[in-house]
Design a protein around this ligand. Structure first.
Ligand code: BGC
Length: 801
């Protein structure tokens, strides 16, 4: 078969078994719904769930009709339809079981708000009409309240308790954020929502709350309210997520999701929130490695702020863990445990193993997730034996200040203990411990990404230690005349890109010759004129359905134009094209499934949709850490814990690439704030970088070998991420062995030649070949650096089929 048929001819051949399209086809939508059910987390259940067979319900809250399938911006997906909670409950329980009055009321209201340009999740909560309340009360004693949340790219979430003000960048005056947002609520309920919840919970005997949110939000008000007996964290479950939630409420399926984040009482309880809005130009990561449960379980006084702990989630059945055993080999820990379903319905449980390392000189979190495994669906009475293995070296800490051995990963001497359970708090310490007599270096590295402007960081005992500083802000420097915004943000469709070679190819060589083994990639690239090399390092115009541009595109040398498309909840096409795809659940829900194989199934399904639509590179998964609830893109990301995020995303990447479509883990790295994302400096210690913020990327790179990776917009320790050689070459390639292509995020403010020199191979959405050539001439970029990048670009293209 000829290579790159789809890239070259854009055929419309369906990939379904029966000659039908897989895109938004039944199988994928069924998978999307199944995945949604696997990740939703049951947080509270005082005998009210599952709903009794034949019972009737009344739905409250505008979110019953205003279902949010996923977040906004590039993470959105264009779909043919989205089911709401009424659809779900009617489908699962029957039309006669759902009170019709609120359905009419909320649907009409929400439709009018959409007409008025409000997007799903941003519609304000209307009052509950007294007459509906009474009628509903006569219809049933059971109320299901829905609350939904929306967030998106390029803006962060807000606290509606604190009055947030920011400075106008031009006048310097204090400007307060939109009052509309405050009223509509975000992490906290809005006043109108609080009133609605209060009104409904006073009127009904049984009250269940469904949270349809991609990010964390307050839950203490539900946990503490005795009139609310059920609470389901349903996340943003994709186009049929509401049906999956209904199936869980009705007991058609049994909840098995577990929290991928700690749910704390207040926003200020998260250490990363404290100074989040202090500046638009920098964020000090002073909490260091104490992110999420590492903070709440370690720092004195923090534990009581937790409403629902990391890893927590209820089921309709009961499980017992027995015959736990921990054993050690030269370099591995193995935990064995039997899980038995002691309850009355089939269900799945997640076994979680945490380790506790000696405090030593470096200081450690009280617990760290070491491994996990979800059981198969266990029938009542059935037992499964689980084995979880992890390397001893995984328990090492990175010594950035040389307290034991500088720039090394170190296992400090002392006793290592293991906690086996079903959340970070539910479980028991194993009797077996691992004792190390002498400090052990597991890996000697070199100092990379050293902080320059971070003055202090948190320690395990709650005190702060001072860090050396050496101010550095190299991100505005360029050896060329600075670029104007007109040039920087020029549309690649209209910009004249000298992408077609004016030179006759040497011996008529074509990239296919490399694919067929007739010449090496190195020889091919070495024969390309500088102009073609330069053009190859920037984005190419869209063809077909694509809207995020492509790579390659040099017909003279037989280099196809490989199209990209966004994710991570599916393939995103423009709304006005008329091609819809499957919207899968948001990434946080996928993380909450604690099931990497399920992520793999989703990855495979999305890749098939990509392929069918002649897209070859998927710009997903997003794997940044949930440092705090405010980041507007948390719904696109997995977890506060890098191991969980890394393992789940690795599963997804394996699924995608099994279809010969490239995955693109993003945004590398430390893009944890959307406000001023192109110019905000993440100031963070080397240790936190290696143990928290890069760790999930490392897992994905080493375990799933993604063919490409996207660097981020932001600045890290004074360097633009896309120009940061320490990160893109030093750590990514030299330490981890990454052999794929690195692309920038779209329209970074980075200088193209500096990006190429740093190991960022591709500039999107458009490159600046003329600047590369100028830099080459001035000697600030070498031909060798350009060839290296071109080899990575072409290697990616060669991998695709
Ligand atoms: C986002 C990326 C996305 C790209 C292309 C950027 O604004 O940050 O995640 O892949 O646009 O749409």
């Amino acid at each position: 078969m000829e290579k790159w048929i789809r890239a070259r001819y854009l055929p419309g051949i369906p990939l379904g078994k029966d000659g039908k399209r897989v895109t938004a086809g039944k199988e994928n939508i069924v998978l999307s719904r199944r995945a949604a059910g696997e990740g939703m987390v049951l947080l509270k259940n005082q005998g009210v769930l599952p709903l009794r067979h034949g019972c009737r319900v009344a739905l409250f809250g505008k979110a019953s009709a205003d279902y949010v399938k996923g977040g906004g911006g590039s993470g959105d997906v264009t779909v043919a339809y989205v089911r709401d909670m009424f659809d779900g409950m009617i489908e699962v329980m029957g039309e006669e079981a759902v009170y019709p009055g609120t359905m009419k009321y909320y649907r009409n209201y929400v439709a009018a708000q959409y007409e008025d340009h409000w997007v799903p999740g941003m519609v304000a909560e209307p009052p509950v009409p007294e007459v509906l309340l009474q009628e509903a009360r006569e219809f049933t004693d059971t109320a299901v309240i829905s609350i939904s949340r929306f967030s998106g790219e390029d803006w962060d979430r807000k606290s509606d308790r604190a009055k947030i003000t920011r400075k106008d960048p031009v006048t310097g005056d204090a400007v307060s954020m939109s009052d509309v947002l405050f009223e509509r609520g975000d992490f906290y309920l809005s006043d109108a929502e609080r009133t609605m919840v209060e009104t409904v919970s006073q009127a009904f005997d049984k009250v269940i709350v469904v949270l349809n949110t991609g990010g964390m939000m307050e839950t203490a008000c539900f946990r503490n309210n005795p009139r609310i007996q059920g609470l389901l964290l349903a996340f943003q479950g994709g186009m049929e997520g509401a049906c999956a939630a209904a199936e869980l409420l009705a007991g058609v399926t049994c909840p098995s999701g577990k929290l991928p984040d700690t749910l704390a009482e207040n926003l200020d309880d998260y250490p990363g929130c404290v100074d989040f809005y202090d500046s638009d130009t920098y964020v000090n990561y002073t909490e260091d490695i104490y992110v999420g449960y590492r903070y709440f379980e370690t720092i004195a006084g923090a534990a009581e702020k937790v409403v629902y702990p990391f890893g927590f989630g209820l089921s309709y059945t009961r499980f017992s863990l027995s015959e736990q055993q921990v054993s050690f080999t030269e370099d591995e820990v193995e935990v064995r445990v039997k899980v038995t379903n002691d309850g009355g319905c089939p269900g799945r449980e997640v076994v979680q193993v945490y380790f506790s390392a000696p405090q030593g000189l470096l200081g450690k979190p009280a617990k760290e997730l070491a491994g996990y495994r979800k059981t198969k669906l266990l029938a009542p009475g059935e037992t499964e034996e689980i084995a979880i293995r992890f390397p001893l070296s995984q328990m090492a800490s990175y010594d950035d200040l040389g307290k034991v051995v500088r720039s090394a990963r170190v296992l400090e001497k002392g006793e290592y203990r293991f906690f086996i359970g079903t959340s970070v708090r539910d479980g028991a310490w194993a009797e077996e411990t691992w004792i190390l007599a002498e400090d052990r270096v597991t890996e000697q590295l070199t100092a990379r990404m050293v902080p320059t402007n971070l003055e202090k960081r948190l320690r395990a005992d709650g005190s702060y230690e001072e860090l050396p500083t050496a101010p550095c802000n190299d991100f505005n420097y360029t050896a060329l005349a600075p670029m104007t915004p007109e040039v920087l943000f020029a549309n690649p469709e209209t910009r004249a890109i000298p992408r077609i070679s004016h030179f006759a190819p040497k011996d008529g060589m074509k990239l296919k010759d490399v694919a067929e083994g007739k010449m090496t990639l190195e020889a091919f690239v070495a024969a390309l004129p500088a102009e073609d090399l330069a053009a190859l390092l920037g984005g190419q115009p869209n063809v077909g359905l694509a809207n995020t541009f492509g790579y390659g595109n040099n017909p003279v040398y037989g280099i196809p134009n490989i199209m990209t498309a966004d994710g991570p909840a599916g393939i995103r096409f423009h709304k006005n094209i008329g091609v819809t795809t499957t919207a899968f659940p948001c990434s946080t829900l996928l993380a909450a499934s604690w099931d990497p194989e399920l992520c793999g199934e989703v990855g495979t399904a999305v890749a098939q949709e990509a392929k069918e639509n002649n897209i070859m590179v998927w710009l997903a998964p997003g794997v940044n850490i949930h440092r705090n609830p405010l980041c507007g893109r948390n719904f696109e990301y997995y977890s506060e814990d890098p191991l969980l995020a890394g393992k789940q995303a690795a599963g997804l990447v394996r699924g995608v690439q099994s279809e010969h479509i490239a995955a693109t883990p993003k945004h590398f790295a430390l893009n944890n704030k959307e406000t001023n994302r192109r110019n905000c400096d993440a100031r963070v210690s080397e240790r936190a970088i290696r143990e928290i913020y890069l760790r999930q990327f490392e897992i994905v790179v080493k375990e799933a070998h993604p063919w490409s990776l996207m660097s981020s917009y932001n600045i890290v320790n004074g360097h633009r991420a896309s120009e940061y050689k320490d990160m893109l070459t030093g750590i990514l390639r030299e330490e981890w062995g990454f052999d794929g292509m690195v692309t920038t995020d779209w329209w970074t403010l980075g200088e193209h030649y500096k990006e190429v020199a740093a190991g960022n191979d591709m500039k999107m959405a458009t490159g600046f070949p003329e600047r590369l050539l100028e830099a080459l001439e001035k000697g600030v970029l070498t031909r060798e650096e350009m060839e290296k990048a071109a080899i990575n670009v072409l290697r990616l293209i060669l991998r695709i089929d």
